[in-house]
Design a protein around this ligand. Sequence first.
Ligand code: SAM
Ligand code: SF4
Length: 369
Amino acid sequence: MSRITEILARAVREPHALTRDELALLLAQRDPGAQREIYAAAYEVKVRHVGRVVSLRGIVEMGNVCAKNCFYCGIRRDNRVLERYQLDEPEILEAVQRNIALQYGSIVLQSGEIESEAHTLFIEQLLRKITAMTDGTLGITLSLGEQTADTFRRWRSAGAHRYLLRIETSNPRLYARFHPADHSLERRRECLRHLRTYDYQVGSGVMSGLPGQTCGDLADDILFFHEMDVDMIGMGPYIPHHDTPLGRDIPFTKEYAASHLNIGLNVIAATRLYLHNVNIAATTALHALADDGREQGVLAGANVIMPNVSDVAYRRRYQLYENKPAFDESAEESRDELARRLQGIGETINWNKRGDSPRYAARKLVSGE
Ligand code: SAM
Ligand code: SF4
């Protein structure tokens, strides 16, 4: 039995069974035969926990105004060439209606990071309307950056169930390299702890393939997800954007796309093999690197896809990175295409279901709630 085969047999049997070095070894594989074996093992674990089923959440890009200045992101505060927008309440509710008509079962409300009482109140009132409009049946995920504990509490009691806050990288040295000095990794960690206190399904994640990032760093990221006991993971490869300090000098070539797709899939598979019962997204960044990137993500162990349900008129202004897909495609066209593609790999869609994290349900069971 090869070393990889032995590691995979152990990882498939039970969660948290690998060492940091073993995770790093899986993450480093580039040989197509070894990768096939790793992805098949991760897919087996995915199927055991959620079946051959993918849950969908329509993502609404509510606005591109951001107070932060992350060096990699196309909507960072200092990107002066970008025209800023913020959807008003009727526009957001229209996107929610679109999501319901598409039968996605859950929605993700995302935007740049704004911390103010006016913004907190706007989101709070919006959440109450969405909850009333859908009788509380729609899964609501927020992805609105760092906020105070009290803001998280208010949004949770107004109807949000899940929150996605990526740590971006758990390595403090890398974090400092890709963010201005006043952005704090420790505050991100603290926010994740607050989210757990208020009983959100907590999501985190990282970017893979950042300059200078090693397989050991990515193994540490997976151990970090375990340490924080997260319920959901949203990870994607880093893709350059020409109007950012980090992306300006990195050419986005075919080779870049192929190698970063590879890393992205390896991280999904290793995360599934280590954590087992979490929700893992095959993110839009995979789709930006290959037409079938999201399906490849599912076959490497992901079980969630977040199609864009934003009005096409605004999509160009939410360009986080180069080649972000489906600029001109309507939400209906994207849905039909995705359904065809998932059927093609033998997966069915969890239509009209929230698709909550099995990890969250298991924790509740243990705590007797
Ligand atoms: N502002 C909120 C936040 O940062 O949590 C939510 C929106 S932000 C655009 C969502 C995610 O986009 C970030 O967590 C980051 O990982 C990802 N992102 C930003 N720029 C990216 C890039 N160039 N390549 C890949 N992902 C990127
Ligand atoms: Fe703002 Fe989020 Fe982009 Fe950072 S990643 S600049 S917080 S939108």
